[in-house]
Design a protein around this ligand. Structure first.
Ligand SMILES: [Zn+2]
Ligand SMILES: [Zn+2]
Length: 280
C-alpha cells in the first residue's frame, strides 16, 4: 500500500509540542515511505478557561496559564518556522515538505488570522475548532464534559462548525470534525456517531458546499459513517492527518484509515501528495 501524505503534523514550532522535531519527523517520513508531510503548526488566538487539575497530565502547558486562570497560547514564531522548513527542504530533497498552519477558531479572530496567512504564504491552511463558549469565556471539551451532558457538548461543537466554515473562507481543509469525540467521557457509554447523524450531515454539507476538503484525523478513532455522510452530502476531497505532536506518531493509523476511505469510493490523486477525491 502506498500511504498518502500526512497533511496534519506538528513540530517543535507548535506551542503544545515540546517533543516535536521537524527534522526527525522528516527522517521518519522517508523511513515510512510517505510522499509528503505538511507541518501545520498551531496558531491559536482563543484564551481558554482552565479548571483545577485539567493540566496535570500536561505539565508543559502550565507555563501558558495567565493570572486570570486562562491558558493563552503564545504566538507562532513565523520566521523561525519558515527557516526550519527551508533547512529541512534542503536536507531532505526526496521528501515533499508542505508548509502550513492550523488556525484555531479563525472565524472569531479573522483579522489576525488573515494577517498571519498573508505573512506566511502557507501551502496548506487547516481550519480548526478546539474551544466553545463557556461561562464568560471559552473552554476545551474536557471541561465542557464536566459541566454539561455529553451529547450536548457534541451537538454544540457540530453546530459551531458551520459558523467556522461560513465565518472564515481562507482555510482549505476542515481539521478533525470529531475533535470533541476524542474526549467523550466513558461514563456516557460508547460513542455512537449515528446519534448525531443530522448534526454531522449539516456540518458536512456546509463544508461540501463551500468547496473545501474534509480531513480524516487518525488521532482518534475513524468512524466510517462520517466518511459515508461526507460522500452523501456532496463532499469530493479528503486529506489524512495524524495530528502527530512528536515524530513517533507520524502517519499513525493510516493503513486503517486508507482502507475505510477507499471503501467509500475515494482514491489518491494524480500525484501521491494530492488530496484524495471521489472516483465516481
Ligand atoms: Zn487541532
Ligand atoms: Zn493539530
Amino acid at each position: 500500500m502506498v500511504l498518502p501524505a500526512d497533511d496534519h503534523v506538528h513540530s517543535e514550532w507548535s506551542w503544545d509540542a515540546p517533543g516535536g522535531s521537524m527534522e526527525r519527523t522528516c527522517a521518519r517520513a522517508l523511513d515510512l515511505g510517505l510522499p509528503a508531510v505538511a507541518f501545520t503548526e498551531h496558531a491559536d488566538y482563543t484564551a481558554w478557561i482552565v479548571l483545577a487539575g485539567e493540566l496535570d497530565d500536561h505539565e508543559h502547558l502550565k507555563a501558558f496559564v495567565t493570572s486570570d486562570g486562562t491558558l493563552a497560547p503564545p504566538a507562532l514564531d513565523l520566521d523561525g518556522y519558515l527557516e526550519c522548513v527551508q533547512r529541512c527542504r534542503d536536507q531532505f530533497p526526496q521528501l515533499r515538505i508542505i508548509s502550513g498552519v492550523e488556525l484555531g477558531e479563525p472565524h472569531w479572530h479573522s483579522g489576525v488570522a488573515a494577517s498571519l496567512l498573508k505573512a506566511g504564504q502557507f501551502d496548506r491552511v487547516l481550519g480548526s475548532l478546539h474551544c466553545l463558549p463557556f461561562e464568560a469565556g471559552f473552554s476545551e471539551p474536557p471541561n465542557l464534559y464536566r459541566r454539561r451532558p455529553a451529547a450536548e457538548v457534541v451537538r454544540e461543537y457540530l453546530a459551531e462548525v458551520p459558523r467556522l466554515i461560513k465565518g472564515f473562507d481562507a482555510f482549505a481543509v476542515l481539521a478533525h470534525i470529531d475533535y470533541a469525540v476524542r474526549f467523550w467521557p466513558s461514563q456516557a457509554g460508547p460513542f455512537d456517531p449515528r446519534e448525531f447523524e443530522d448534526e454531522f450531515r449539516h456540518a458536512l454539507r456546509e463544508l461540501a458546499d463551500s468547496g473545501r476538503a474534509l480531513e480524516v484525523n487518525t488521532r482518534g478513532q475513524v468512524h466510517p459513517e462520517i466518511i459515508r455522510w461526507w460522500r452523501d452530502e456532496g463532499g469530493t476531497a479528503i486529506t489524512f492527518g495524524s495530528d502527530a505532536h512528536d515524530p513517533t506518531a507520524l502517519a499513525h493509523g493510516f493503513h486503517e484509515a486508507v482502507a475505510v476511505v477507499e471503501a467509500h469510493g475515494f482514491t489518491s490523486g494524480r500525484h501521491t501528495h494530492d488530496f484524495w477525491t471521489r472516483s465516481g
